[in-house]
Design a protein. Structure first.
Length: 374
């Protein structure tokens, strides 16, 4: 086995933030307008009035207080309620390419490496803005990297699945230094008119540099990847039917199922125990005990869910030190979430400390990465 290190991380945070208060005000203005426009049918009992959203509910049920987005105005405009992201010409860099380059540059700088040192780029996220040419190949060109690149999608688990792909490529000898990038524009596929989910997501991009020991001159301070473990179980509880065949049925082309939807409560109940047992078994297989684990960087979907997972893992209520939270300000950024937490809360760990990066989401899919700080 070749030793593999995570040598750098990068984060691109979009320029605009929307608070729960702003989001709920706009949603409730839209609800009032809708109910007013459909007053006759509502009074005749032919139509149910829409219910307002609430800041208190959002914070209590999810822990989210605000989120960053690529466009704020379009989302809050009740005549629109989706981001305004104008299409660009073929010769211009795509939005996902721009965010990826920003995050990748920071990861490279942190690792003390340049594009010339990298030989593969994996773009791993929930939504790609086009099917081809692969956005990863555009990012590879924009950074000036030789070698190869590909896109992959495992929804919220894309980051850990991407890290495993990089780990395997290094073990197989097909690459020595791999950038794994997660450009998430979740606001593009979020139904801002849906009370159950309008508050859930935000936008961000993260990057990690994964390298073979043969190209790491000094491992001090870096995180060794001891191993990765993935798991998938089919479920329709988180689903989006958007795809290239939508245009082949005009009746349903733009229906709401072409956006994110979920049975949140079922997801909460079913996924929480699965994640705890995946991490427990993975840590054990690596010859480490949970009592030796200094920190878990969990997928950032729901604060209550993470509290329960961490409690189950450590056998007691945990501190922010042991399981840091970033979803309060970023919301759910899909695959980027656990990497944002890692990026922000990794530098204070001591040499010899163990940690676990874990993502989970649609599929269901789950990924665990056990790391040790050098
Ligand atoms: N304001 C006020 N009240 C509300 C609101 C609101 N906005 N929304 C719902 N309510 C009401 C409901 O009507 C219900 O009322 P009643 O009891 O009278 O029926 C009550 O509040 C409770 O509703 P829920 O049972 O739905 O509330 P929960 O406590 O379950 O909380 C959550 C909802 C926050 C969604 C929670 O279930 C949750 O977070 N679950 C986990 C979800 C999760 O982890 N999902 C991961 C998915 S992400 C993923 O995999 C990536 C996919 C791709 C992403 C990119 C696309 C954008």
């Amino acid at each position: 086995m070749v030793k593999v290190f995570l040598t750098g991380t990068g984060l691109y945070t979009p320029p605009h933030s929307i608070s729960n208060e702003e989001l709920v005000r706009s949603f409730n203005d839209w609800v009032a307008q809708y109910n007013d426009q459909h007053k006759t049918d509502i009074e005749a009992g032919k139509l149910e009035p829409l219910q307002p959203s609430s800041v208190e509910f959002i914070e209590k049920a999810s822990g989210i207080k605000s989120r960053y987005v690529m466009d704020k105005e379009g989302i809050l405009d009740i005549k629109r309620m989706m981001p305004y992201l104008p299409e660009r010409a073929d010769g211009e860099p795509s939005l996902q390419c721009e965010m990826s380059v920003e995050a990748a540059k920071e990861a490279l700088a942190q690792a003390g490496k340049t594009a010339a040192d990298v030989d593969a780029v994996i773009l791993a996220c929930s939504n790609f803005q086009r099917p081809y040419p692969a956005v990863s190949v555009e990012v590879q060109a924009a950074l000036g990297i030789e070698g190869f690149a590909y896109d992959m999608n495992v929804a919220c688990s894309s980051a850990t699945f991407g890290i495993q792909a990089a780990f395997n490529a290094i073990q197989a000898g097909s690459a020595k230094s791999v950038l794994v990038i997660n450009p998430e524009i979740c606001s593009g596929h979020l139904n801002f008119k849906d009370r159950d989910s309008h508050f859930i997501f935000g936008d961000a991009c993260t990057a990690v540099l994964i390298e073979s020991e043969s190209v790491v001159t000094d491992s001090k301070g870096h995180f060794e990847l001891l191993g990765t473990k993935l798991s998938t179980n089919y479920s329709n509880n988180i689903r989006n039917n958007f795809g290239f065949l939508n245009r082949c049925d005009e009746r349903t082309e733009f229906s709401n199922d072409k956006l994110f939807r979920q049975s949140g409560r079922k997801v909460f109940k079913e996924v929480t125990p699965k994640v705890a047992s995946l991490i427990q078994s993975h840590v054990h297989e690596q010859g480490v005990e949970m009592s030796d684990v200094a920190r878990v960087w969990l997928h950032q979907a729901n604060g209550n869910m993470n509290r329960l997972i961490a409690q189950k893992l450590f056998g007691k209520e945990v501190t922010d030190q042991q399981s840091p939270t970033i979803l309060d300000t970023y919301a759910n950024t899909s695959s980027a979430g656990s990497i944002i937490a890692f990026h922000k809360y990794k530098d204070d760990l001591n040499a010899g400390d163990f940690g676990v990066i874990c993502s989970f989401g649609a599929g269901y899919s789950m990924g665990s990465v056990v790391v040790k700080r050098h």
